[in-house]
Design a protein around this ligand. Structure first.
Ligand SMILES: [Fe+2]
Ligand SMILES: [Fe+2]
Length: 246
């Protein structure tokens, strides 16, 4: 059995509801040899085999758990205040926000909306829309340097994903603001659809940046002075309300 076939089997077990820890325990040594690319190929095979891409949600969480160590190792190798270290910290906040949104959406599909829950939803939506300067720093300070060095595919995909997610996040914020005045069935319907899209796609996006794009940047941009220039540009663009130390 090929590495990819074996991985597809594991992903199928996870999707049929088996606990992450059980699957991980069974296949620990094997999983240690798996790269981000292997995971992407296995995931693609499941989609090709007829699985709805959005039903794969949750798999990105597993990806991150499996490869958590890699991001930690990369972060440890970066100076404090390094543009990528800041972006990784911002990703952590966004991932936590997505986790909270997932839980809140589940609650609101079952329970009536209260002013407190509406406040909570608005807080999460505003955190997500408040990430715009994070994406802009990637687009205007980091990606151009990668593109100059011949890495153009991943930045193009990342820009498209920013463009896809931006209006969805704004819709979620508007929905949160208008929630109490809306027909509640309609509210729940829109909330479920928007949350599902944002959670799946933003998790996947962050995963690709943390595990493919940022490591490629560390590998490719080796000159300290170039990183200093990127940092200056990042300072000019600005930071999010949740960026630590800025
Ligand atoms: Fe991004
Ligand atoms: Fe990002």
């Amino acid at each position: 059995m090929s590495k990819i076939e074996k991985l597809v089997g594991l992903l199928q077990r996870l999707n049929s509801g088996e606990k992450i820890e059980d699957v991980q325990k069974d296949a620990e040594d094997f999983l240690n040899q798996i790269s981000a690319t292997d995971l992407s190929i296995a995931e693609q095979q499941l989609i090709d085999n007829g699985m709805d891409a959005e039903d794969l949600r949750g798999l990105c969480v597993i990806h991150m758990q499996m490869l958590e160590g890699e991001v930690e190792r990369m972060t440890a190798s970066l100076d404090e205040g390094h543009p990528l270290a800041i972006m990784i910290q911002e990703h952590d906040v966004l991932l936590k926000t997505l986790e909270e949104l997932e839980a809140l959406n589940a609650t609101l599909q079952e329970k009536p909306l209260t002013p407190e829950l509406q406040e909570e939803l608005l807080r999460l939506a505003v955190t997500l829309t408040g990430a715009e300067l994070h994406h802009l720093r990637e687009e205007d300070a980091l990606f151009p340097e990668l593109e100059r060095r011949g890495i153009s595919g991943p930045p193009t995909v990342m820009r498209l994903e920013h463009d896809d997610l931006r209006p969805k996040k704004h819709k979620l914020e508007v929905l949160a603001r208008e929630a109490l005045e809306m027909d509640q069935e309609e509210f729940r319907h829109h909330l479920a659809a928007l949350s599902r899209h944002i959670i799946f796609n933003l998790r996947d996006h962050i995963f690709k940046e943390n595990h493919i794009l940022y490591p490629a940047a560390v590998e490719t941009i080796t000159e300290r002075e170039v990183w200093s220039k990127i940092e200056e540009e990042c300072d000019k663009i600005g930071y999010t309300p949740f960026t630590k130390g800025k």
